[in-house]
Design a protein around this ligand. Structure first.
Ligand code: KIV
Length: 294
């Protein structure tokens, strides 16, 4: 296996993984503690996504997050990572203007956060910026399909490139990003057949989210995967835990009622091979409440 031989995952490791058919696992992280867990679990790429705007700051879109915020989150993540490749999203407004602005923003991210690569959204229209950033020695990951920074242009978060014309443009954009020097490209919410076709047409690895199973890797937002974000439940999302399930407490119930419920839940969870993290949090909550009463 290519990835298990890599002491540190680099863009070359990902390229070799594509060549050998080994799938790439990518997750988001925004802070030191979770980045450490994700890294020690052997995830190949950690994305400091601008989804931090949603899951960290509670904003409705990724539009408000700033370059300073992204650098702060990326610094925290880098401090917790030994092995994974850390890719940092360039936020809305930090690269769309012109290629000099894009280069300046990418340099700030690399110098101030210690991240290993940047990611930006868009196709042919960002290729001049991609070239300039890559020429400065900074690896760039592209992002096509549903590009959340353009949500006000799209109007919805639904699947992109269902029509032939948009699908053909996506393939052209992907090829243009590869030619401009991107080391990889994310496909978000596109038909699986199109993602397969585009992955076969490119020599660089493709990473899918809501794009079927034929990309060279998959990415998920950590908070979605852990079930912390309850109001976001697309079909492609595989939840590995349910940390957002609120404790079922009737009014007037005491911590003892919760404890009884917790132990039933834990038993059921353990029988079903899940729920350990949730019950750990709930145990802590019950114990802390109890301590306050004493
Ligand atoms: O910001 C993010 O989390 C992303 C992923 C959805 C790919 O860009």
């Amino acid at each position: 296996m290519v990835s298990s031989r890599a002491r540190k995952v680099t863009t070359q490791t990902l390229q070799k993984m594509k060549q050998s058919g080994e799938k790439i696992a990518m997750l988001t992280a925004y802070d030191y503690s979770l980045a450490r867990l994700v890294d020690s679990a052997g995830i190949d790429v950690i994305l400091v996504g601008d989804s931090a705007s949603n899951v960290m700051a509670g904003n409705e879109t990724t539009v408000p997050i700033t370059l300073d915020h992204m650098i702060y989150h990326a610094q925290c993540v880098v401090n917790g990572v030994d092995r994974a490749l850390v890719v940092v999203d360039m936020p809305f407004g930090s690269y769309q203007g012109d290629s000099k602005t894009a280069l300046d923003s990418a340099i700030r991210i690399m110098k101030e956060s210690g991240g290993h690569a940047v990611k930006l959204e868009g196709g042919a229209e960002v290729c001049e910026s991609v070239k300039r950033i890559v020429e400065a020695g900074i690896p760039v990951m592209g992002h096509l399909g549903l590009t959340p920074q353009s949500i006000y242009k799209f109007g919805t978060y639904s699947v992109r490139a269902k029509e032939d014309a948009e699908a053909a443009r996506l393939i052209e954009d992907a090829k243009a990003l590869e030619a401009a020097g991107c080391f990889s490209v994310v496909f978000e919410k596109i038909p699986s057949e199109l993602a397969k076709q585009a992955s076969e047409a490119l020599t660089i690895p493709t990473i899918g989210i809501g794009a079927g199973s034929d990309c060279d890797g998959q990415v998920l937002v950590l908070h979605d995967m852990l079930g912390i974000t309850k109001d976001f439940s697309p079909r492609f999302l595989r939840r590995y835990a349910d940390l957002g399930e609120p404790p079922r407490q009737r009014s007037g119930s005491t911590w003892r009622t919760s404890a009884a419920w917790t132990s039933r839940t834990r038993k059921r969870g353990i029988e079903q091979g899940r729920a350990a993290p949730l019950t750990t949090f709930m145990d802590a909550r019950i114990r802390m409440r109890k301590d306050c009463h004493e």
